[in-house]
Design a protein. Structure first.
Length: 574
């Protein structure tokens, strides 16, 4: 009947639809699978490129070639405008990569010649190169240098006049800009909407030829100099995707570099790195005398004997230390001045200026004195107390000998300073680990200092000889092996005993040394034969090996570090 056949017919239709949906589903599933596969392929390729050293992947490309369309002009401009005879290591590679439109990160030690890698392309480009630089004093130095070479450059900062700003803004969109380089602070990018709008116009007009970011490691929180304003710089690649970015830094571990790429939105940036080794620097560690006057006497003798007319830096732990050291040096006829973060900007540049023109010999500084110091003839960098990490030390000591001539990098290594530092850095994520490495560097009387530094940075300097340019290679220490197990056990039991007596009796590092020396009640025979300085070395070694650890106690005014048995203590007891 009619109804039945209608039903039959609909059933057939439904079945057909279902089967066509089935086959559509099939093909969609197939497509999904294909896309999934492609997705993971792409992801792993991206990961591979991002994480592996990009220079390997671009191995086919020879960045040092001189067959690029610009190669001839490049060389002639190097000679005629910059009055330089040849490129230094990595300069040509970096310039070629950047001029090919690639994003680049250049890690090159201080004084290596990073500026040329964006200044030279800036001359050849038709538009303008924006240089992001963290310090106004740095910019002024650069502007002066460029002006002397007859290169037009401008800067925008808080003290720019209205007319200057107006002129710069006009030029940014003009067919023939009146300058090649524009220096700005990172704050300009993060805070000035007006400037960003102008940059946008500059880009649209095809005038934004390159963006250079100096001290680019400031973008990463993993580095030493994190600056919040740098974090925003990722906006540049997003807004101006076709403008190559070149980031420059003197120190960057692999971790910091990777992080920097992420923050700048330049995952495919090529990384170029020159060897970290500074062959003209003599590295030395000296045991620090206990009294301030003895340390100063040693320092004064060192300076008067070897550097009577040479400029140097003495890095100190705190503002107070800076003042103490500086006034002691002045009393003994060595002209010095203090530099730290709390100085008024005017005073800072006055001190810097006096030092630059040699009217003072020594700057006593906290680590606030650093970035942008490009005095070439610094003959010594003395650390009145150890740095908080090897990375910091490399950077601070690296301000010596930028002219390539011999210079001294000396640390006065004192036991008490270790705990001054530890109570400061304990709040930082990797603070204590970093400090530990620094202490190991100072404790070591056998290994080449260059080797210790290269190992820290994960580099292999085997092929580089030290040429006896460090205290250990120069044979300045005698050492012999003795078994100190029982002495260390005795130190440990002294500490345990004190701990058992209760909270209030715990021992600081200094108190442990005192107890070991036999003052107080805790005389121990095993320790009697060792000097205080030997006991100190044992304690630091035990901390490194985790036989001991620091236990921090907060008071309203300070942090105290007590020594307590560490996770490995039982290994020493049994
Ligand atoms: P960085 O920024 O890497 O610390 P700079 O760019 O300030 O170093 O350069 C340090 C010094 O080296 C400057 O005086 C510069 O003129 C000089 N310099 C750079 N490249 C060369 C080169 N190829 N030949 C000679 N001198 C150079
Ligand atoms: Mg520089
Ligand atoms: Zn050595």
């Amino acid at each position: 009947n009619k109804i039945e056949s209608d039903l039959q017919e609909e059933l057939i239709q439904v079945k057909t639809s279902l089967s066509s949906i089935q086959s559509e589903l099939q093909s969609l599933l197939q497509r999904q699978e294909n896309l999934q596969e492609r997705k993971s392929q792409l992801e792993s390729e991206i990961n591979r490129r991002v994480s592996s050293s990009s220079s390997q992947l671009d191995g086919e490309q020879d960045w040092s070639s001189e067959d690029f369309p610009w190669s001839k002009t490049l060389r002639s401009t190097l000679n005629s405008t910059f009055h330089m005879n040849d490129f230094r290591p990595k300069q040509l590679e970096v310039i070629n990569a950047s001029m090919s439109g690639r994003d680049v990160i250049l890690i090159m030690s201080t004084g290596g010649g990073k500026s040329l890698t964006y200044q030279l392309p800036a001359i050849l480009a038709k538009g303008i190169t924006v240089v992001v630089s963290p310090l106004v004093s740095l910019m002024e130095d650069q502007l002066l240098g460029l002006r002397n070479l007859g290169i037009e450059a401008r800067s925008l900062n808080a003290s720019s006049t209205k007319e200057e700003v107006k002129h710069v803004h006009q030029s940014m969109t003009s067919q023939s800009p009146s300058f090649r380089l524009l220096y700005v602070t990172p704050e300009k990018i993060s805070k000035s909407k007006r400037f960003m709008a102008q940059l946008e116009k500059c880009y649209k007009a095809g005038n934004l030829s390159r963006i250079a970011i100096d001290e680019v490691h400031c973008a990463s929180q993993w580095g030493n100099d994190f600056r919040p304003d740098y974090k925003i710089l990722g906006i540049l690649k997003r807004q101006f995707p076709n403008t190559p970015i070149i980031g420059l830094t003197a120190t960057s571990t692999d971790k910091v570099t990777l992080d920097t790429k992420k923050i700048l939105n330049t995952p495919f940036a090529l990384v170029f790195k020159t060897a970290l080794n500074r062959s003209n620097l003599f590295y030395q560690v000296r045991e620090k005398a206990l009294s301030h006057d003895d340390v100063i006497a040693d320092m004064v003798e060192l300076i008067n004997t070897n550097f009577s007319r040479d400029a140097g830096i003495v890095y100190c732990f705190s503002r107070k230390n800076c003042s103490e050291v500086s006034s002691s040096l002045n009393k003994r006829g060595i002209k010095s001045a203090v530099y730290h973060a709390q100085l008024e900007p005017i005073e800072k540049s006055r001190v810097h200026q006096m030092w630059t023109d040699n009217s003072i010999q020594v700057i006593c500084a906290t680590i606030a004195f650093g970035m942008g110091i490009d005095k070439p003839n610094v003959r010594f960098v003395i650390h009145h107390s150890l740095s908080k990490s090897v990375e910091n030390y490399y950077q601070e000591s690296g301000r010596a000998g930028r002219d390539g001539l011999p210079a001294l990098c000396l640390i006065y290594f004192g036991f008490a300073d270790v705990f001054k530092q530890s109570t400061m850095v304990m709040t930082e994520r990797t603070g204590l680990d970093n400090l530990n490495q620094m202490v190991q560097y100072c404790l070591d009387l056998k290994s080449c200092r260059r080797n210790l530094i290269s190992t820290y940075f994960g580099e292999n300097w085997d092929s580089i000889t030290c040429n006896e340019m460090c205290d250990t290679c120069a044979g300045m220490y005698e050492h012999s092996n003795i078994d100190v197990t029982s002495a260390c056990q005795s130190l440990l039991s002294t500490i345990r005993l004190a701990e058992q007596k209760g909270e209030g009796n715990r021992l600081t590092g200094a108190k442990v040394v005192e107890a070991a020396a036999g003052r107080g009640k805790n005389k121990t025979l095993e320790l009697k034969k060792f000097s205080a300085s030997e006991v100190q070395r044992m304690i630091m070694h035990m901390m490194f090996k985790e036989f001991l650890r620091e236990d921090f106690h907060f008071t309203p005014y300070s942090t105290i570090s007590y020594l307590v048995p560490g996770p490995m203590a039982s290994a020493l007891t049994s």
